[in-house]
Design a protein around this ligand. Structure first.
Ligand code: PEP
Length: 258
């Protein structure tokens, strides 16, 4: 983390878990446990039907609510889809874009880029996910792959907008598997991502972009991961479903830095 130049963000990704009633229960429990005083930015990206309950419960707090996906179009004949401006109107601040689970369902780099643009247009903060498979890592293709994902995800996004984008490095082999990247492995990739951004937008902007790590981050490993200079927070799946675990991760994000 480097709090001098960029935000620290702890964001939950609930995936397809919890009903609206369970969301209300969770948020009330979480609120009663929230650390006092100054803490990092916190977000919960929840299933679309849970957004109203989450927004209502967190109205008087600094916790941001987000969605797990959006459509790239502003409106139209896209049955079952949700546009970015609808999410804003429902009270969302964030949207996850390009999660590997959605890419596995057929989302392409072009789709991801269009969604990042749609989110920014609607003034949502996109959390752009990138990450390699185990096979790509073992074949030594990781760096080029992630650099390509970053370049295509940010294609056409100007200097005025890039500061609003949050990047999440999520190695596919670590998501939901209990196999976390080591702090060194995660730092290496996050540092390379910052280098790619520096080449695209310059040093000042690269320094200001928050890069999160995601992949089995939990209350036990968060402290060491978040101690790395280029890891500015976490995108957290399983552990974000348990209030006490999220609170512990937030405490880890509040550790002193140089
Ligand atoms: C995720 O889905 O973004 C994620 C990181 O999941 P988990 O923490 O469960 O690995």
């Amino acid at each position: 983390m480097n709090r001098k130049y960029r935000k620290t963000i702890i964001a939950g990704n609930w995936k397809m878990n919890k009903t609206p009633s369970q969301t209300k229960e969770f948020m009330n429990e979480f609120k009663s446990m929230m650390p006092k005083g100054r803490w990092c930015d916190v977000a919960f990206c929840v299933p679309a039907v849970c957004i109203p309950a989450a927004v209502r419960a967190m109205r008087e707090t600094r916790v941001g609510i987000g969605a797990e996906n959006c459509n790239a179009n502003a409106s139209g004949a896209y049955t079952g889809e949700i546009a970015a401006n609808m999410l804003v109107d429902a009270g969302c601040k964030y949207v996850i874009v390009g999660h590997s689970e959605r890419r596995a369902m057929g989302e392409t780099d072009m789709d991801v880029n269009a969604k990042v643009k749609a989110a920014l247009q609607a003034e949502l903060i996109p959390i752009l996910c990138v990450g390699e498979s185990l096979e790509q890592r073992e074949l030594g293709l990781m760096e080029d792959w992630i650099s390509m994902q970053i370049k295509s995800g940010l294609n056409g996004i100007g200097e005025d907008k890039i500061r609003k984008v949050v990047i999440a490095y999520e190695p596919i082999w670590a998501i939901g598997t209990g196999k976390t990247a080591t702090p060194d492995q995660a730092e290496d990739v996050c540092r390379n991502i910052r280098t790619v951004i520096r080449k695209l937008y310059g040093a000042k902007i690269a320094r200001a972009v928050s890069i999160l790590y995601g992949g089995s981050m939990n209350e036990k490993n968060a402290h060491d991961l978040l101690a790395q200079p280029d890891i500015d927070g976490g995108l957290i799946g399983g552990a974000s479903l348990v209030p006490a675990k999220m609170v512990e991760i937030i405490h880890a994000a509040n550790q002193p830095t140089d």
